[in-house]
Design a protein around this ligand. Structure first.
Ligand SMILES: C[S@@+](CC[C@H](N)C(=O)[O-])C[C@H]1O[C@@H](n2cnc3c(N)ncnc32)[C@H](O)[C@@H]1O
Length: 242
């Protein structure tokens, strides 16, 4: 652990990883203490697609399960007007340190947000978070039983125009998580990423892990109909439509 300089397409961020934040119940380090490869994949996606598809300038961005906050900080570095990094309370001091390390305090704030918790979603200092422009999530699709709570938070944050960009290593249980989100009414579009983090270790079988970017489409609050799900890169897809 320690301090990492992360450079993606010429954009550089300083990220402190933590080695002293443990789950009080298990004693194990919290998973958000370090940079997961999916956050590098999502940051690369933001660098390559954020400007042309979104024009981040003027946008409000929320990152869920931010851990060390790399994708959200990248969005701020690229010009997003307001970025809110969220995670469980124990990870907030580390997130604040990373905001300061990159001198982004003027546009990045840090908030506790436990998925699905009404308390977390209530108005906090800084105002209600709803109808945001972009939601970012990296490596949060690992526990299908958490997806209903995540969906509740996403529904609260999203309006009709909100984009939801996420990245994940594709593991056996990733599709179970996405199925849960589909059953909550979200559309899922999978966009295989050609960015392979250099830190990405081979598995026991010698194969490289694969990563995908997933765009989620919020359910239409006025329709009790689930959006059509596309889950194949071969489907003709115009990112400007999402
Ligand atoms: C595998 S880590 C990924 C961290 C970071 N996004 C990254 O890619 O480097 C999963 C993150 O989700 C957060 N998380 C998991 N369950 C959560 C919940 N119910 N509410 C809020 N955050 C949660 C964890 O605290 C952790 O930061």
């Amino acid at each position: 652990m320690g301090v990492r300089k992360v450079e993606i397409a010429g954009k550089e961020l300083v990220i402190h990883e933590l080695d002293d934040v443990n789950d009080p119940d298990t004693g194990r380090a919290l998973t958000g203490s370090w940079v997961w490869d999916s956050s590098l994949v999502l940051s690369d996606w933001i660098v390559n697609h954020g400007q042309e598809e979104l024009n981040l300038s003027g946008q409000t961005v929320v990152e869920l399960g931010a851990g060390t906050g790399l994708p959200g900080l990248m969005a701020a570095l690229l010009g997003a007007t307001r970025v809110v990094l969220t995670d469980v309370a124990l990870l907030l001091p580390g997130l604040k340190r990373n905001v300061e390390a990159n001198q982004l305090e003027d546009r990045v704030e840090v908030r506790e947000l436990e998925w699905g918790s009404d308390e977390s979603l209530q108005c906090q200092e800084g105002g209600e978070l709803e109808d945001v422009d972009l939601v970012l999530m990296s490596d949060v699709f690992y526990d299908p039983s958490e997806m209903a709570a995540l969906a509740k938070t996403l529904r609260k944050l999203c309006g009709a125009h909100t984009r939801i960009w996420s990245a994940s290593e594709v593991r056996p249980w990733t599709s179970d998580c996405l199925d849960e989100l589909r059953s909550e009414g979200f559309g899922v579009i999978e966009l295989p990423s050609d960015f392979t983090p250099s830190s990405s270790a081979s598995t026991a079988t010698g194969s490289q892990p694969t990563f995908s970017v997933f765009h989620l489409i919020p359910p239409d609050p006025d329709l009790d109909v689930h959006p059509v799900t596309q889950c194949n890169s071969e489907i003709e897809f115009n990112p400007l439509d999402v």
